[in-house]
Design a protein around this ligand. Structure first.
Ligand code: NAD
Ligand code: UFG
Length: 349
């Protein structure tokens, strides 16, 4: 059993709630800080239902420095997993200030509070969107960065800030240096196999999987496939979909790595969390139809601006340095999404 306390920002959200389950089941004490701007407290009741344990919860905005400092003083976490952030690409183009304020300024406040509390272990939710367009669709961590929208740029800026914090400690030969893992997620989908927690988007979903699930259950009439003229085998976009439970296990392994010999002198490293295999939009629809037995009504629509034809991870570094690899396949991802969707047709209520 591990009695360490992990502070989870954004822990009531989609990925954060799944992380809480894994952390509690691994014996960690969990403290959630979430302002509930894009989630409901019910997710944490469900976490308790699954694990039999209750995370401590603070409804607090991470930009509220004093409140955050008080939480650190009271709870004495050893490590922070930082999920809190806004994530809708389209909204970030309409409201860039909101995104930079919430994501970048929020992280500045968090890291400031962490430094004052002498807590310098951090696992950060980055994204494959930090990469620039590449002629090779399989992305490796050392590919050039070049996000193309404010959301992606907010993640890239945060990565820069965290690398700079770590470099400053290295230059100063700090006795207690920052230890940071930047986890670049590809496309998280699926849900906990209990069907008690899952993705509960506000309004009409932006992302493929929740959209398909809502068409299958009859909440939405028709899926638009954004382009079937890409240079891919069936013409539709290819992405690296990863089961959310595999994804959050990567965070547990990252915490172990930060506590290991390899991070003894500190450091800030990026790791892709993906399966290494891509599926097209049509392949996802086909898998969904097979699992659910329901036809998915779709039409071909124009390409969505900013979309790449193909993008999937090279996950070798995470295997080598975090000892992490995925265990679940597309069938599991679709089955678990459908289980969550059918058990919670209105999401958390
Ligand atoms: P989510 O919206 O479900 O969860 C984010 C949580 O953070 C929410 O509960 C929200 O209420 C909270 N939050 C937002 N701003 C906050 C603030 N200022 N203070 C306190 N709490 C705040 O999103 P998710 O899908 O669980 O994503 C988690 C993280 O992973 C995000 O940082 C996101 O950018 C990143 N990410 C997600 C995906 C994806 O496809 N889901 C892909 C790559 C990266
Ligand atoms: N798609 C459709 N119709 C839809 C929604 C999506 O055809 O209604 C297509 C897209 O064109 C793309 C694929 O389905 O080819 C996946 O699209 P998503 O919106 O599900 O995912 P993205 O790859 O565009 O982006 C997601 C998150 C980002 C994150 C990125 C990488 O939205 O926040 O994965 O992690 F950064």
């Amino acid at each position: 059993m591990n009695a360490k306390t992990i502070l989870v920002t954004g822990g009531a959200g989609y990925i954060g709630s799944h992380a809480c389950v894994e952390l509690l089941q691994d014996g960690f004490k969990v403290v959630v800080v979430d302002n509930l701007s894009n989630s409901k407290i019910e997710s944490l009741n469900r976490v308790q239902q699954i694990t039999g344990k209750k995370p401590s919860f603070y409804q607090t905005d991470i930009r509220d420095k004093q409140a955050l400092a008080d939480i650190f003083a009271k709870e004495s976490p050893t490590t922070v997993i930082h999920f809190a952030g806004l994530k809708a690409v389209g909204e970030s183009c309409d409201k860039p200030q909101l995104y930079y304020n919430n994501n970048v300024y929020g992280t500045l406040v968090l890291t400031d509070v962490m430094m004052h509390a002498n807590v310098k272990q951090l696992v950060f939710s980055s994204s494959a969107t930090v990469y620039g367009e590449s002629s090779c669709p399989q992305y490796t961590e050392n590919f050039p960065l070049g996000a193309i929208n404010p959301y992606g740029r907010s993640k890239a800026m945060i990565e820069d800030i965290l690398r700079d914090l770590s470099a400053a400690d290295r230059n100063n030969q700090s006795k207690y240096p920052w230890k940071i893992a930047l986890l670049r997620y590809f496309n998280p989908i699926g849900a906990h196999e209990s069907g008690l927690i899952g993705e509960d988007p506000n309004g009409i979903p932006n992302n493929l999987m929740p959209y398909v699930a809502q068409v299958a259950i009859g909440k939405l009439k028709q899926l638009s496939i954004f382009g079937n003229d890409y240079p891919t085998p069936d013409g539709t976009g290819i992405r690296d979909y990863i089961h959310v439970v595999d994804l959050v296990k990567g965070h547990i392994n990252a915490i172990a790595a930060l506590n290991s010999e390899s991070y003894k002198c500190g450091g800030c490293n990026a790791y892709n969390l993906g399966t290494g295999k891509g599926y097209s939009v049509l392949e996802i629809i086909d898998a969904f139809q097979k699992v659910t037995g329901k036809p998915i009504n779709y039409k071909i629509a124009p390409r969505r601006s900013g979309d790449l034809a193909e993008c999937f991870a090279n996950p070798e570094l995470a295997l080598k340095e975090l000892n992490w690899k995925v265990e679940k396949d597309l069938h599991d991802m679709v089955t678990d999404t459908w289980n969550w969707q059918t058990k919670n047709p209105q999401g958390y209520i």
